[in-house]
Write a protein that binds this ligand. Structure first.
Ligand code: ATP
Length: 204
């Protein structure tokens, strides 16, 4: 069994930024957000099923998923939302499992925003948390998504709080400083963690 390092953190904490540093060591990255998009890629059986259920209004002109159209439809109906979740969640799980086990590398990095909320820590050998203060999280996520503070605040409120998240951590990377000042330190921390994970993976 591949050794699995779960990487989590709140919205805008810097998971993708940290994952990129691990990728430089050729660590395979399995990103839950990317898998969630892959399973409904253009022409996929799942997208066809969704289009059959909701009609072609949920497709863009070139046959891709029109996310905002789908969001509007399921927002209006709890039962449609459940139908969609019951279709998507098992498929995402299966695909994630497939990707987690397809690699020959000593360990894989599993990037999951809701790792704790969805009780997936038990499927990890090690949990790495990217930690930032809520103020910085709000500022970075708002800027990146070109979003409103209220929307980001609501997402943050739906995620576990900082102390709870940290209580699940085997390792923590703190990402409060601006990148220009922080990159060297982040790179060093990732290099050290990479060595530690290689050792741990060997002794699993
Ligand atoms: P999400 O779960 O919301 O997708 P994430 O945890 O993957 O977010 P990133 O996308 O890596 O977070 O970072 C959020 C934003 O903050 C990005 O625009 C990123 O470039 C920026 N960012 C990350 N780390 C820093 C930092 N130390 N200083 C300044 N900006 C940063």
């Amino acid at each position: 069994m591949t050794y699995i390092v779960g990487l989590t953190g709140g919205i805008g904490s810097g998971k993708s930024t940290i994952a990129e540093l691990f990728a430089q060591h050729n660590v395979p990255i399995i990103d839950a957000d990317i898998v969630a998009r892959q399973v409904v890629a253009k022409g996929s059986p799942l997208l066809n099923q969704i289009a059959k259920h909701f009609g072609s209004q949920i497709l863009t002109e070139n046959g891709e998923l029109n996310r905002s159209a789908l969001r509007k439809l399921v927002f209006q109906s709890e039962s449609e939302k459940n139908w969609l979740n019951n279709l998507l969640h098992p498929a995402i799980r299966v695909e994630m499992q497939r990707q987690l086990t397809e690699h020959q590398a000593p360990y894989v990095l599993w990037v999951v925003p809701l790792l704790i909320e969805n009780r997936l820590t038990k499927e990890c050998d090690r949990v790495l948390v990217v930690d930032v203060s809520p103020d910085i999280q709000l500022e970075r996520a708002t800027k990146r998504d070109n979003s409103q503070h209220e929307i980001i605040k609501n997402i943050m409120a739906a995620q576990v709080d900082r102390a709870t998240r940290l209580s699940y951590a085997d390792d923590i990377i703190e990402n409060n400083l601006p990148l220009a000042e922080n990159l060297a330190s982040l790179t060093k921390q990732v290099n050290e963690l990479h060595q530690r994970y290689l050792t741990l993976a060997q002794t699993k």
